[in-house]
Design a protein around this ligand. Structure first.
Ligand SMILES: NC(=O)c1ccc[n+]([C@@H]2O[C@H](COP(=O)([O-])OP(=O)(O)OC[C@H]3O[C@@H](n4cnc5c(N)ncnc54)[C@H](OP(=O)(O)O)[C@@H]3O)[C@@H](O)[C@H]2O)c1
Length: 343
């Protein structure tokens, strides 16, 4: 059995580009006792992968990808082709963590990605398999857990307005909708006019703006004249700085990610004292640290998907050979919704 895999060949210095990767064919052993062979059908493209395209990933994060080896620790969906493990029959659709390759040998006993990507059989009767890489997977968990840690789910009476950055993306678009369903006034920002129109017209946020158009502080003043009670930060840098300026006293910020810094831009903000002067809570979190919320999230988000109250969008690249272009496009803002590779 051969497996086609994407390997990292050189580490990017600045923007990630397709030439940092290569496609290789490797021999795959037969599955051992207790293992399964999975033919992968969909694999994920995540900004966090850019943090692993370094000699060392940030401390505490998933490890850096080794050069010229398979890229492990990537959310992936596939179909069991051979099984020597109970509970994982041939033909079952599963998720696991051996992405960016056509076939993988998976051990069901392995704890993968802090327990949120352990080999698991998925119910694909009502929903497409790749939904489990978006709203019903790590993206849904991140949105749900992030809102939970800042006490924004089923919002408190003293909480009115939330700003969500990178709002047309995989996590952000779910955050906007769960926040609306939780009774919040949602302000959303994105980097193209088309994304802004989608957020306003299809997702139904209360206000949306293009962060590239004007200084953020001005856009926020117009979109949220009452100030921000909550901020869901997907971007970091100047976005976090603008949020600190616009926050109301006792506001709460979920530090989900800081994509503006992943390709080497210097880290901001330079107004952090506002967190002290306004009694703010800044709460870093990882979705994968909240695996205990997975079932609850799937039940609630699955219900909203089923009754049409939650929408999602995908940017799909066909074939593993396109995976490097997909990550380059996603980092540059050329994708919307969940970025995926169909294998
Ligand atoms: N804490 C966790 O467990 C966890 C889990 C998953 C993801 N994350 C983080 O959540 C964030 C969003 O991830 P995602 O998977 O949903 O990605 P995504 O939003 O689908 O894609 C990334 C988007 O970021 C925006 N962007 C890129 N560079 C930017 C810049 N310099 N300034 C402003 N916006 C920029 C672009 O959108 P525009 O066109 O709108 O600018 C781009 O489409 C990332 O920071 C990621 O690392 C955290």
């Amino acid at each position: 059995m051969k497996s086609t895999q994407v390997h990292v060949v050189t580490l990017p210095d600045g923007e990630v580009r397709p030439e940092h990767f290569e496609l290789v064919n490797v021999d795959l052993p037969d599955p051992g006792a207790g293992q399964v062979l999975v033919r992968n059908t969909w694999t994920s493209v995540d900004p966090g992968m850019r943090l692993r395209l370094r000699a060392d990933a940030p401390e505490g994060y998933f490890p850096a990808f080794p050069l010229s080896e398979p890229m492990d620790g990537i959310f992936t969906v596939g179909v069991v082709e051979e099984s020597r493990a109970e509970g994982f029959p041939v033909g079952a659709t599963v998720w696991h963590s051996y992405g960016w390759r056509s076939h993988a040998i998976v051990d069901p006993d392995e704890v993968a990605m802090n327990g949120v990507a352990d080999l698991r059989v998925l119910d694909v009767e009502q929903l497409s398999p790749q939904t489990y890489l978006g709203p019903l997977g790590a993206m849904g968990l991140t949105a749900y857990a992030g809102l939970r840690v800042i006490d924004a789910l089923d919002a408190r009476a003293d909480t009115r307005t939330i700003w969500v950055s990178a709002a047309a993306g995989a996590v952000g678009s779910l955050v906007c909708q769960i926040a609306k369903l939780s009774g919040l006034r949602v302000v959303a920002s994105a980097g193209t006019a088309e994304k802004v129109a989608w957020l306003r017209d299809e997702i139904g946020v209360d206000a949306a703006f293009n962060w590239r158009d004007r200084p953020l502080v001005e856009s926020l003043r117009d979109a949220a004249p009452e100030g921000l009670d909550l901020y869901f930060d997907n971007v970091g840098g100047s976005h976090l700085e603008a949020a600190l300026a616009a926050m109301n006293n006792w506001g709460r910020i979920a530090l989900c990610g800081s994509i503006s810094e992943y390709e080497g831009a210097p880290a901001s903000p330079d107004n952090l004292f506002l967190a002290t002067s306004k009694n703010l809570t800044l709460r870093g979190f990882r979705g994968s640290a909240h695996a205990q919320l997975l079932d609850e999230m799937q039940q609630r988000v699955g219900g909203w998907l089923a009754d049409g109250r939650l929408r999602y969008r995908e940017s799909v690249y066909d074939g593993l050979a396109k995976a490097p272009q997909a990550i380059a496009d996603m980092m540059a803002g050329r994708t919307a919704g969940k970025t995926l590779v169909r294998i």
